[in-house]
Write a protein that binds this ligand. Structure first.
Ligand SMILES: O=C(O)CCC(=O)CC(=O)O
Length: 265
């Protein structure tokens, strides 16, 4: 059974898709910057056998429609809580990649009572630099859709290994189509959130079972970033998968095995 709906959050509505048995434990997937809930198609097909899989387009992305502005992780994290409330889910497992992984850190620090477990994938306690994100958001606001086309052209080298780009051009082209279609205002608002995001001195306070997934060839959020989180989050485990930044797309089997082992443990 599949079900797509819009859920009201502060300033608009998020596009949410739910798959799997209604009475199964909930598992929420959160996308990376410049992608949509479709990035989780393979994981949703697999994990919806045993979980009520909830996916959503992060505000400013895909079919979600929210007012523009400078977003924050207080907002992005509260969106997840609003989705859980609307779906009457008391507690959920959570899996987010990159920006979505940082949303997971926010949930672990601010909404732990709503979480069974959190998988923080290809992410970091601080992603990039404030200067880099501010430059990118200014460029996107100035150039609009032309900037999204430029980002679509340049993103494969940050998202995938050269070998994967050569071997799986259709997967790469699909990911490029997501970022090309993202609303520039929404993308810029999320860059603003990333610019202000740094929980390096707080993650020791995470009180939720945590898995860190790192891509061995990820140039954006590195294995060292993953190790830092694993060393500072109490009880966290680290799984390294043979992939670059969008590891669930590049190495789905290794990604799903790591996530599945963690969820079953
Ligand atoms: O992927 C993310 O959510 C943040 C990092 C990023 O945007 C990678 C990139 O395209 O530069």
């Amino acid at each position: 059974m599949s079900n797509e709906q819009f859920i009201a959050v502060q300033g608009g509505n998020l596009r949410v898709r739910v798959d799997g048995p209604h009475d199964a434990p909930a598992l929420v997937f959160s996308n990376s910057l410049g992608t949509t809930l479709e990035m989780w198609d393979a994981q949703a097909a697999k994990f919806s056998r045993d979980f009520r899989v909830v996916r959503y387009d992060t505000r400013g992305h895909g079919g979600s429609v929210v007012s523009p502005g400078a977003y924050s992780f207080d907002l992005l994290g509260s969106d997840v809580v609003a989705i859980l409330d609307a779906l009457d889910i008391a507690r959920a497992h959570f899996c987010g990649i990159s920006m979505g992984g940082f949303t997971g850190l926010w949930l672990g620090l601010n909404a732990a009572s709503r979480m069974h477990s959190i998988a923080v994938c290809n992410s970091a306690a601080k992603i990039g630099t404030a200067e880099g994100w501010n430059t990118r958001s200014a460029m996107v606001r100035e150039k609009g859709v032309a900037a999204m086309k430029e980002l679509a052209d340049s993103s494969p080298s940050r998202w995938f290994t050269e070998a994967f780009i050569a071997a799986q051009p259709q997967v790469v082209a699909r990911a490029q189509s997501w970022i090309a279609g993202v609303d520039p205002q929404g993308y810029a608002g999320c860059c603003d959130a990333l610019a202000g995001a740094d929980v390096r001195d707080r993650i020791a306070g995470m009180a939720v079972r945590t898995l860190i997934v790192a891509g061995s060839a990820d140039p954006v959020t590195t294995v060292a970033d993953g190790r830092f989180m694993q060393e500072h989050i109490p009880g966290a485990t680290l799984a390294e998968v043979p992939a670059s930044h969008l590891s669930n797309l590049e190495a789905p089997q290794a990604f799903d095995d790591a996530l599945g082992r963690f969820l079953r443990a």
